[in-house]
Design a protein around this ligand. Structure first.
Ligand code: FAE
Length: 540
């Protein structure tokens, strides 16, 4: 098992970051989760984690802290070295190959402006944001060491307890709310904004305008915690720290300020000295080892143009699947259909949902400017979840164009009952998702209950030029894929695949399609809960 040696600097950065300390420089923190020697064919490891997002990072930390050497395999690159411009990540306004996973054009969520396509030509590269296309939806996912934490808005929201109990009734909510949600937020470095600063910060005019308009229409608004360092953001605005959230950086990565998983959980795991990370390695198969116990894991090593430069086979005593809702579901559905894991439950691949995601923009009056300088880190939500006619929690999103556009943009999270399934396609050898265009109708209906009312109160209209030509709703993509390997159905109550001892699922695929809020705190807390049980019972 390859192990890495750690410098004192790396050790300090890892432990400080996990304690939620946000003062260490990002340079120190970046070094912490740099890869050690990649896995080689023939290696045998006690524990192998597939994917380095929330589920994978929590699992890697708790395994290594328990003394178990752990190999982490990630298909994206390690985002630790700067490009020729001196920055690790590119900005949203000037995207290059670093922006997008293996495409020659960007594939942006807001992909039109004034009715014209807005995507740019780029060099094909293993960029940080993937937009995976299925027949009726596109799924945005982070690619790299840190998974979705590299590209997301950092909004750290604990779900409402009654709704959590509704979606996962078999999970002890007392333990979740008493132990695991607080543990997750501590590990993630969640922090809250100084309200007085926010009230006058020019970069949050768009949030104040959006919140005031919602309140004027009779809705409740809430401030939302985040993993982006608010002290750093304040210093960005004051001109004493390099700009990131204020420089159009978020969905293609943040060069500063964000406590992504490579700087928190993964840095702390690396600090144990028991973690090896293999970036640009994509797991293609998992099956019981032919000789002895454990699992054979096949993987392809990629170069940054996406070419396969090596194929490797390693053996692991235990394998933790943390490739995300789509990645884990696709892998397991394929393994079941191709006879590598034939006994997997029929529930594998089922109950996938989009967390009720739908995006929309409104055109404000000229006397309601939203600001030319907008923080890319969202901090306000409109909470209409108690509306029995259509629960909706809408994030007030930035539209950071660098100039005044009078646009209010929202990502609505709604209670959409529609679910889809992943199935293996024998013709293509790929995996299909049965989501239908009509499935988003309940989400639009719920969102209209909020935004029709705001438009009526303000005398304003929807923008119909942001998601296509004369298309009001961004309803053909998703930021929050959930489900496909649901806890207690496809797995036991702690993520074990019961037909295959030593094989586990530990990511967003465990959640049945919806959390009612932005999901990563829920994914992190469930992973904390599950690995605690696995360590207590399966490593004796
Ligand atoms: P995830 O973080 O996706 O990690 C899976 C990892 O596995 C990735 O790094 C993959 O590259 C890797 N992988 C996949 N397949 C393979 C394979 N075969 N071999 C090796 N590696 C593989 O999974 N959520 C919030 O709570 N708050 C927000 O503000 C927020 N904003 C978002 C904004 C954007 C633009 C996007 C795309 C998402 C946002 N999300 C947000 C969602 C959040 O990032 C997502 O729910 C979590 O990242 C999912 O965590 P998982 O651990 O399930």
């Amino acid at each position: 098992m390859p192990e890495r040696s750690l410098s004192r600097r790396q050790f300090l950065s890892g432990t400080a970051a996990l304690a939620g300390t946000l003062t260490a420089s990002s340079l120190f923190l970046k070094a912490a989760a740099a890869p050690a020697r990649a896995l080689e064919s023939g290696d045998r490891v006690p524990a192998l984690v597939v994917g380095s997002g929330y589920g994978g990072a929590v699992t890697a930390l708790r395994l290594t802290q328990a003394g178990i050497p752990t190999a982490l395999v990630e298909m994206g690159r390690s985002w630790t070295t700067p490009g020729s411009d001196g920055n690790v990540f590119c900005t949203m306004l000037a995207p290059d190959g670093r922006s997008t996973w293996l495409r020659t054009r960007t594939d942006q969520p807001v992909s039109y402006f004034l009715g014209a396509p807005y995507n740019r030509s780029i060099t094909r590269y293993t960029g940080v944001l993937d937009c995976e296309h299925f027949a009726a939806t596109r799924v945005y996912q982070g690619r790299g060491v840190g998974g979705g934490s590299l590209v997301n808005g950092g909004m750290a929201v604990v779900p409402r307890r009654p709704y959590f109990e509704e979606i996962l009734p078999q999970v002890d909510a007392d333990a979740m709310y008493g132990v695991y949600f607080p543990r997750a937020n501590a590990g993630l470095g969640t922090n809250t904004m100084d309200q007085a600063w926010y009230e006058s910060a020019s970069c949050y005019r768009y949030a104040r305008v959006g919140a005031q308009q919602a309140q004027d229409a009779g809705f409740r608004t809430v401030s939302v915690p985040n993993v982006y360092s608010f002290p750093h953001l304040r210093d960005e605005l004051a001109g004493t720290a390099p700009r990131s959230a204020l420089a159009g950086e978020v969905i293609y990565g943040n060069n500063h300020g964000k406590q992504s998983l490579d700087k928190t959980y993964l840095a702390a795991a690396a600090a144990t000295g028991r973690l090896s990370i293999s970036p640009l390695h994509q797991v293609t198969a998992v099956q019981p080892a032919v000789i002895g116990s454990g699992y054979t894991v096949e993987m392809s090593q990629l170069d940054t143009a996406g070419n396969v430069i090596a194929r490797k086979t390693v053996t692991a005593d235990k394998v933790f699947l943390a490739a995300g809702s789509v990645g884990t579901s696709k892998l397991l559905v394929t393994m079941r259909a191709t006879g590598r894991l034939p006994d997997l439950s029929a529930a594998v691949g089922q109950e996938w949902g989009n967390n009720g995601n739908v995006m929309v923009g409104r055109a404000n009056h000229l006397w309601s400017p939203t600001g030319s300088l907008q923080s890319c880190i969202p901090v306000q939500g409109i909470d209409n979840w108690d509306d029995p006619g259509g629960p909706c929690f809408a994030e007030i999103s930035p539209f950071p164009a660098g100039t005044e556009l009078w646009i209010s943009l929202y990502l609505a999270i709604t209670k959409n009952p529609n679910r889809a399934a992943f199935t293996y396609n024998t013709g293509t050898g790929g995996v299909d998702l049965s989501w239908q265009p009509s499935f988003t109708a309940p989400s639009i209906a719920a969102a209209e209950r909020v935004f029709d009312r705001i438009n009526a109160a303000e005398g304003t209209v929807y923008r119909s030029d942001l998601f296509g030509v004369h298309k009001t709703w961004g309803d053909d993509f998703v930021y929050h894929p959930l489900g496909g390997c649901v806890l207690g159905k496809a797995t036991d109550p702690y993520g074990r695949l019961p037909e295959y001892p030593g094989l586990y699922v530990t990511d967003g695929s465990l959640i049945p399609g919806s959390t009612g809020v932005n999901p990563f705190v829920t994914i992190t807390a469930l992973a904390e809960r599950n690995i605690e049980n696995v360590l207590a019972n399966d490593f004796a």
